[in-house]
Design a protein around this ligand. Structure first.
Ligand SMILES: Cc1cc2nc3c(=O)[nH]c(=O)nc-3n(C[C@H](O)[C@H](O)[C@H](O)COP(=O)(O)OP(=O)(O)OC[C@H]3O[C@@H](n4cnc5c(N)ncnc54)[C@H](O)[C@@H]3O)c2cc1C
Ligand code: SF4
Length: 496
């Protein structure tokens, strides 16, 4: 039995915790963790929990993704998905849901079945959840052929062929590119030969991290205070380890959320005992005679004794395999249109090639002049559904555009942070519920008098309402009476 929870949707009501307390746990006010592969004796309770969830956030399924579907071949049509992770699996599932009965092949360079990444920096650290338990549930037989452990190395759209690293090729009628991202290594190869400097993006990475955390290290240095860096620092502190968090900007999360909200996160980290070093980069790593990490020298000259460092400097899109193809792809991702159709070098859709997930550089009606890739779980799921619909639509049926707003969650330092929209492009914020840094609060983000995003700290159940404001492009500051009069007029720069 496999379980996953759409934590964008979860509003932290805790009904699942009442129904299946051994499988679901609420941390703090609303951060939920769960057992992703509960034992059979929990089966009934987990099903009750899924039924009790008021927002239908819980998926219960099996791991048997290649079990034959009850459908029969559809004129030999073959959909090939490159990338066997969240976007790839959700596309396959949605294709079968849409009635696609042709051949389905999923190609992945990792040796594992599709698994869920968000717990890799959360429950796998703080609760020592084994990463091999994270296989994603499927809710229906997929009848898919998995080619795992084999990277795709090239694409020939004229002959509709995907080339593989083992020398083979796979022909397609429709192709879905879902190759996501990989961890950005420490720049310049400065950490390449040092034992004890890791990145975390995959199941294997987290298994290695867990081995090293178990030793335990004298101090962990987390380099980069974005979402993943904050989660890692938070999880290591929960294990009782000494942690230093290094960040080049003035606060954690300054890029995505601005320095005012980032300052709140910095305070939370300090309160939990993290040694926070902002305005700092790593000048050099110092190793002992065996090549093991001993010390990290920061740009302000300070030396931090540490035997484990985790580099959390963001992600790079996996597009190199498309280098000589007809597809337009660059460091920003694979360019696609609003129907998730991959674009060629002439800016026109390449026939029957689609893109989903972190690797897609897509337009959004709220930002017509930009093409953005969104590295969030919910976006991979909604794009996968759009792609599946557009591949399987019947003659006369209209294609659907991808209009989903980016939405994200993160739990760190005892707080559940959720957001929707584009806080990274805002120039001002308004605190509309609660008070910054004092328990639960909500913040709206504005750009040029328009509401473009909302972020909540332990206040996620209000996010739906704020999402509707973002969707409408509501005037900023929003014209509604905030439920906390102390802060209703707390309008300030976002802090960049
Ligand atoms: C540690 C971590 C924590 C996260 N936490 C959150 C969170 O709290 N909230 C949130 O909203 N999002 C979170 N995310 C983001 C979320 O997991 C991603 O948005 C999601 O995984 C995207 O899915 P994807 O399928 O598009 O890409 P990926 O998950 O990156 O999968 C792409 C797959 O394609 C494979 N691949 C690449 N190149 C090739 C090739 N040439 N041939 C074959 N296969 C290839 C890759 O190895 C990978 O298996 C987190 C991500 C990480 C890494
Ligand atoms: S919203 Fe659903 S998944 Fe989230 S805590 Fe409530 S019952 Fe559980």
């Amino acid at each position: 039995m496999k379980v996953s929870v759409d934590l964008n949707r979860c509003e932290g009501y805790g009904q699942c915790v009442f129904a299946a307390p051994d499988a679901f746990t609420l941390h703090g006010l609303e951060a939920l963790t769960y057992v992703p592969n509960p034992p059979d004796e929990m089966r009934d309770a987990v099903h009750r929990a899924a039924l009790a969830c008021p927002v239908r956030a819980i998926t219960v399924g099996t791991g048997n993704a290649d079990e034959p579907a009850t459908t029969s071949g559809e004129n030999g049509r073959h959909v090939v998905i490159v990338g066997a992770s969240l976007a790839g699996l959700k596309t396959a599932e949605a294709l079968r849901e849409s009635g696609f009965s042709g051949q389905l092949t999923i190609i992945g360079d990792e040796p594992h079945r599709p698994y869920d990444r968000p717990p890799l920096t959360k429950a796998c650290v703080s609760e020592k959840l084994p990463p091999d338990r994270l296989e994603l549930p499927v809710t229906r037989p997929l009848d898919a052929r998995f080619r795992l452990g084999v990277p795709a190395t090239g694409l020939d759209t004229d002959h509709r062929l995907v080339r593989l690293a083992d020398g083979g090729t796979v022909g397609y009628d429709s192709l879905v590119i879902a190759t996501g991202t990989r961890a950005r290594p420490f720049p310049g190869g400065a950490a390449d030969d040092i034992d004890g400097v890791l990145t975390v993006r995959t199941r294997d990475d987290t298994e290695e991290l867990q081995r090293r955390l178990a030793r335990p290290p004298r101090r962990v240095v987390v380099i980069g205070a974005g979402f993943l860096g904050g989660e890692l620092a938070s999880g290591c502190r929960e294990l009782g380890l000494d942690v230093t968090l290094v960040e080049a900007q003035a606060t954690p999360l300054q890029g995505p959320l601005g320095s005012v909200i980032g300052g709140v996160v910095a305070d939370l980290a300090r309160d939990k005992g993290v040694d926070v070093r902002m305005w700092n980069t790593v000048e050099r790593f110092v190793a002992d005679g065996t090549g093991a990490l001993r010390q990290i020298v920061l740009s302000d000259g300070a030396a931090v004794d540490a035997d484990l460092a985790v580099v959390a400097l963001g992600a790079q899109r996996n597009v190199e395999w498309l280098d000589d193809s007809a597809i337009r792809a660059d460091s920003g991702g694979v360019h696609c249109d609003d129907q998730c159709r991959a674009l060629g070098h002439d800016g026109q859709p390449v026939p029957d090639v689609y893109v989903a997930g972190d690797v897609a550089a897509a337009p959004h009606p709220l930002l017509p002049d930009r093409r953005l890739s969104v590295e969030h779980w919910g976006n991979a799921v909604t794009q996968a559904r759009t792609v599946a619909h557009n591949i399987t639509r019947r003659p006369g049926q209209a294609p659907i555009p991808h209009t989903g707003l980016p939405a994200f969650w993160s739990s760190q330092f005892g707080v559940n942070i959720k957001g929707v929209g584009y806080p990274g492009i805002a120039d001002r914020i308004a605190v509309v519920q609660g008070t910054l840094g004092q328990g639960s609060f909500s913040v709206l983000y504005g750009r040029e008098d328009r509401t473009v995003a909302a972020v909540t700290f332990d206040n996620g159940r209000y996010l739906h309402y704020y999402e509707s404001l973002v969707r409408q492009g509501a005037p900023f500051p929003a014209e509604f009476v905030a439920c906390d009069e102390n802060t209703a007029r707390a309008l300030r720069p976002v802090g960049r």
